[in-house]
Design a protein around this ligand. Structure first.
Ligand code: FES
Length: 119
């Protein structure tokens, strides 16, 4: 199971002040589109200047941090990428298979922690 951790406190500099932050709108949109994927809200992924931000993670797999997400344009990109992540044994996905936004806006990837079984 891959989880999308969505920063609900993200707000881009160009966004007008509003009651609902773009990160919260992204979280709601992903929750509606993600089907059987797990979507969890988090407060700040320390990528504020390149928001909105989502991390895709799963036990034993590489974690990806993706930024510059627009809640009105990139929901399907993140759902597609999370499905690729889920289908991959180690979380690594083929670069050309990733949605263009993910290819261009991956902030970091983090290796999985070693488990007792793998150490
Ligand atoms: S507020 Fe979203 S990454 Fe910091």
């Amino acid at each position: 199971m891959s989880t999308l951790f969505v920063c609900i406190t993200c707000r881009r500099e160009a966004d007008p002040p509003s009651d609902v932050r773009p990160g919260a709108r992204l979280y709601a949109a992903l929750g509606a589109e993600a089907g059987d994927l797990d979507v969890q809200p988090v407060e700040c992924l320390s990528n504020c200047t390149r928001s909105c931000t989502v991390a895709v993670a799963a036990p034993g797999k590489w974690t990806y941090i993706v930024g510059h997400l627009d809640p009105d344009r990139n929901v399907s990109d993140m759902v597609q990428f999370a499905r690729l992540h889920r289908a991959s044994a180690d979380g690594l996905t083929v670069w050309r298979d990733r949605p263009a936004h993910v290819r261009k806006n991956t902030i970091a990837r983090v290796p999985p922690l070693a488990t007792k079984e793998s150490a």
